[in-house]
Design a protein around this ligand. Structure first.
Ligand code: 13P
Length: 278
């Protein structure tokens, strides 16, 4: 069933585990993740990067996500990831997104608060809760993984109170993409922020984070973890291996869908999201 961002975050908060949020791009990646969620009886988030709503591809991908979510017998939220501007937010909402992220993390604290609050007010007015980002989570390929410029408790308290976000992505040692060296997370900082703010904490850059770090982060209060890069590799590695004899594209894609499903099952179990739905 298609559910709101708030509903899915409440399930995680109540159960003290993290919802896996998978970045999807096409019908096959959606199918792989949904099959895993159904089999594992797990609530999940399917999300599209903002660029799909910049380049217009979200217009085609969104109906696939919504059809899959509505047919599913587990709760599924359709979320905009790293919303870049009001335009992408509007397009995602019009396409049926039930959760929105606005990412103004490269701005100063004051500007980030002002911009995020503006979008939060708009979305809250139509019943959609939002995720913001405080402390920029960069790209591992830029060497940002080494950053120790962690989100502070003081800034997080101010940001959540003044913006009204329901979820907060924090910088605690992760980066997007493939790490050169396995990251070590600031677990104490997660626990301190979790205690101080009334918002679900989000960990971006889940690909390549060691299992023990993920488990410790959830114990400290992380309630949503994003996986993008490793889902792409799960899909693409199989596509490159698939036989060119399979000219029917549905047949050609079967192994890639199965590989995404296996990847999603592994992460659902790691996050403790399995068997959370009847
Ligand atoms: P990875 O690609 O590193 O898994 O990060 C995904 C993400 O955080 C999407 O916002």
């Amino acid at each position: 069933m298609l559910v709101s961002f708030k509903e899915i975050l409440d399930i995680a908060e109540k159960g003290e585990f993290a919802i896996p949020a998978f970045n999807v791009y096409n019908m096959e990646t959606v199918m792989g993740v949904i099959k895993a969620a159904e089999e594992m009886r797990a609530p999940i988030i399917l999300q599209n990067y903002s660029r799909l709503f910049t380049n217009g591809e979200g217009y085609y991908c969104a109906p696939i996500i919504i059809a899959a979510a509505e047919k599913a017998t587990v709760p599924v939220c359709f979320h905009l990831d790293h919303g870049a501007s009001e335009v992408e937010v509007m397009r995602a909402v019009r396409s049926g997104a039930t959760g929105i992220m606005i990412d103004k993390s490269t701005l100063s604290l004051e500007e980030n608060v002002a911009e995020t609050k503006r979008i939060a007010d708009l979305c809250n007015a139509i019943g959609i809760k939002i995720e913001g980002e405080l402390g920029h989570i960069g790209a591992a390929s830029n060497g940002d993984e080494a950053s120790t410029d962690y989100t502070t408790v003081e800034d997080a308290v101010k940001y959540v109170e003044e913006t009204g976000v329901a979820a907060l992505a924090i910088m605690v040692g992760t980066a997007h993409g493939r790490y050169k060296k396995a990251p070590k997370l600031a677990i104490d900082r997660i626990a301190e922020i979790h205690k101080a703010v009334d918002a679900a904490l989000v960990l971006h850059g889940g690909s390549g984070v060691p299992d023990e770090e993920i488990k410790a982060a959830i114990k400290a209060g992380i309630r949503k973890i994003n996986f993008g890069t490793d889902l792409c590799y799960a899909f693409l590695d199989k596509v490159f291996e698939s036989s060119r004899e399979n000219v029917g594209i549905d047949l050609f894609m079967k192994d890639a869908v199965a590989s995404v499903k296996d990847f999603a099952i592994e992460k659902i179990k790691l996050l403790g999201a399995d068997n959370k739905v009847e």
